[in-house]
Design a protein around this ligand. Sequence first.
Ligand SMILES: [Mg+2]
Length: 226
Amino acid sequence: MFRHIRLLSFDLDDTLWPTKPVIMAAEQELYQWLAREAPRIVRELSVMDMRERRVAFMEAHPGISHDLTLVRRRSLALLLEEYGYDPRRAEEGTAVFRAARNRVAPWEDVLPVLGRLKQDYLLVSVTNGNAQVEQTPLRDCFHLNLGAADVGAAKPHPALFQALRDWSGLPFAKMMHLGDDFQRDMLPARALGMAAAWVHRKGLARRESFRPDLCLFNLWPLLRYL
Ligand SMILES: [Mg+2]
C-alpha cells in the first residue's frame, strides 16, 4: 500500500532520539559556562529559573518563537545585560548550548534503517527544534535537513512540508511523514495528503480520533512495509 511513496520525512526530537536528556545536559553545560563567565547570574538563578525566563521571553515574542536558537540567544543577552555583563557574550553562551544540544543519542534502529532506506527513497529531516543534524551522528542520513527557523514557521504550520514539495517536485501523495507528535506531525501531514506514520517510542495508547497510516514502536518495520 506504500509502493507509490518516494520521499520520507522524519521528525527528529523524540522520533529518532530522546530529547529530554540532551536538553537537560545542554542547559547544564550552559549553566556551568555562566558559573565561570557570569557568576552573579548563577548566584541568583537556578537552571529552572532561567528556563522560566526563556519561556516568558518566547511568549512575549511570538514572532520569533519558531527560531529557538534566536530565542535562546536574545533571552540570554537580556539576562547578561540585566546582571551587568556584556550582552554580546550571548553568542558564545548559545554556541556552548548548541554544541551540547547536538550530542544526541539516536535509538539503535535509526542508523541502520535510515542507511537502508536512503538507497531507495529521498530522506529529509524536518524539525521544530534546533539540533544541527550535520553535527550529530545522523549527519549522513538525509538528503536534506530542514528546520522551522529555515522556513519561518513551526509545525503544525505546513511551511516545512511545503518546502519539501518545492525541493523535491513531488506531490504530497508520494510522501510519508514520520513523527511522534499528533498535533505537530500527524495532523498536518494527513491534512496535506501525505501518508502519516506515528512513531510512538513509549508505546502510548492509540488515539481513537485519528488513525495514522502506520503505527511504529521503532523504525525496523519500515523495511517490511515500504
Ligand atoms: Mg518530535
